[in-house]
Design a protein around this ligand. Structure first.
Ligand code: SAM
Length: 214
């Protein structure tokens, strides 16, 4: 696992596992108890009501739980074993059936493929040199025509600490060679911050085999 200051962690992110061991998940900046409003809107707009979903970097597991409550078949993974354990306990208390697994997306051991992947705040923590690994894994984990819903910090968010910031063009450049970037909307990242960070919500589709590319 990356530690502050190492090659894979140039922005000095805290040790995720330690953070989930030490802190109450409901106090974390990204904690949002309900389904992310941008994902909610996109599912409605695209009329997606069922299917298999990977909630990538699930953290507190709130998004996995909200999706399971809506009838999706949910797998939820995180680098932090403790995050996964805590989320699993909460989901069981709510009577929800979710496959929780500790997994590093950059070296994922997952074997199945998904209709949908939701990434709310995971991609934007990876150093630029790890992004090709991320893209390869996402491509492998999505079914043809499957959708990645990606929420990340936008270039409009001030400062350069913590998550990387992206312009819409950078998202198109990063994903456009392998995927079809369907839409990118300016939004905010709901959570516990007094002022919600500015964010992008992106709908990115894997092409069908032999389909027009991108
Ligand atoms: C900003 S938090 C967002 C958590 C959750 N998606 C949410 O919206 O509440 C980022 C999450 O990504 C996880 N993470 C970081 N690196 C990861 C990796 N390589 N593989 C899987 N999860 C990772 C962290 O442990 C953390 O829970």
């Amino acid at each position: 696992m990356s530690q502050a200051g190492d090659h894979n962690n140039p922005r000095g992110f805290a040790d995720w596992e330690k953070r989930y061991q030490d802190d109450d998940v409901a106090s974390m900046p990204w904690f949002h108890p309900d389904l992310d409003p941008d994902l909610d809107g996109a599912l409605r707009a695209l009329n997606i009501r069922s299917g298999s979903v990977l909630d990538l970097g699930t953290g507190p597991g709130t998004q996995a739980m909200a999706l399971a409550e809506r009838g999706f078949q949910v797998t939820a993974t995180d680098l932090s074993e403790t995050a996964v354990k805590k989320a699993c306990v909460l989901a069981e208390k709510r009577g929800l059936s979710i496959d929780f697994l500790q997994d590093d997306i950059l070296e994922s051991r997952l074997a199945q493929r998904f209709d949908i992947i939701f990434d709310r705040g995971c991609f934007h923590v990876f150093a630029p040199e790890r992004r090709p690994d991320y893209l390869r894994r996402i491509e492998g984990l999505l079914r043809p025509k499957g959708v990645l819903f990606l929420k990340c910090f936008s270039h409009l968010e001030a400062g350069d600490e913590g998550p990387y910031r992206f312009t819409p063009d950078e998202i198109r450049e990063t994903f456009g060679k392998r995927f079809r970037v369907q839409s990118i909307a300016h939004t905010v990242y709901q959570g516990n911050m007094d002022e919600f960070p500015k964010a992008l919500f992106c709908v990115i589709r894997k092409p069908s085999p032999g389909g027009a590319h991108p």
